[in-house]
Design a protein around this ligand. Structure first.
Ligand SMILES: [Zn+2]
Length: 244
């Protein structure tokens, strides 16, 4: 099913509409961050848009609060879990040793994420350490990747940015503030494939010229990423698995 959105302020809110023959009222409710709309069949698109416009403030408020809740429920990395790196699944493996040091290593050949921890730590302490080790690794490697990729794309698209920041966000892959020409990226980009990362970079750079997601914006993006729609769908679909 293709996903539709409504734009309210800075948010793109996914919506799903269902028509009912025997219904005579419109219902709006959120489920998993999607605004579900059930309406009588005769209720036109125009009427619906008007109604959404009238309820814009309430919809926005509820969406933001759900969105915040989801962000505080971020995944905490732990042993045995599947960890995505460059789009490939890695198994997380905790290795206890007698030394009093912690370290993290990606075994690309065996597709394992190895976490070395002192044996005598409490479960809670281990959890915290693993979490911070994984996050640090992602941030460091995402920054290194952007350091290389951003100047290349900026040159190719002939668009200059002021700077960029990498933060541990899971709700968004990236964002752009055209007024200050600053770009923001999720520290978890390194979990995605190179093709997906390129599409995110091009998307954010394109916002330097077009603030909204209108046709001229997508025309510019697709000039550089012709299969953008396909990649974007995949990213949307896998956001939970990849990022949280
Ligand atoms: Zn955008």
């Amino acid at each position: 099913m293709s996903q539709y959105y409504i734009e309210i302020k800075d948010k793109q809110i996914p919506i799903q509409i269902r028509n009912y023959k025997n219904s005579n009222r419109v219902k709006l409710y959120f489920r998993e961050n999607i605004l579900h709309i059930s309406k009588p069949k005769y209720f036109s698109k125009k009427q619906l848009l008007k109604m959404l416009k009238e309820n814009e403030e309430a919809i926005y408020k509820e969406y933001v609060s759900l969105w915040k809740k989801e962000n505080t429920n971020q995944k905490h990395w732990y042993t045995g879990e599947i960890f995505y790196y460059e789009g490939e699944p890695y198994e997380e493996k905790m290795i206890h040793h007698n030394k009093n040091e912690v370290s993290i290593r990606l075994d690309k050949k065996e597709k394992k994420l190895l976490l070395y921890l002192p044996e005598d730590l409490k479960e809670e302490e281990k959890k915290k350490l693993v979490d911070s080790l994984v996050k640090k690794l992602l941030k460091k490697n995402t920054e290194a990747m952007l350091e290389e990729k951003l100047p290349k794309w900026s040159k190719k698209m002939n668009l200059e940015y002021q700077g960029y920041k990498v933060r541990d966000t899971v709700s968004k892959y990236g964002s752009c503030v055209p007024q200050t020409k600053m770009l923001y990226f999720s520290a978890r980009l390194k979990m995605l494939t190179e093709e997906q990362v390129d599409s995110i970079i091009v998307h954010e750079l394109a916002h330097l010229v077009h603030a909204n997601h209108q046709k001229p914006f997508y025309d510019l993006v697709k000039k550089y990423i012709p299969n953008y729609d396909e990649i974007h769908q995949e990213l949307k679909k896998n956001q939970k698995r990849m990022m949280i």
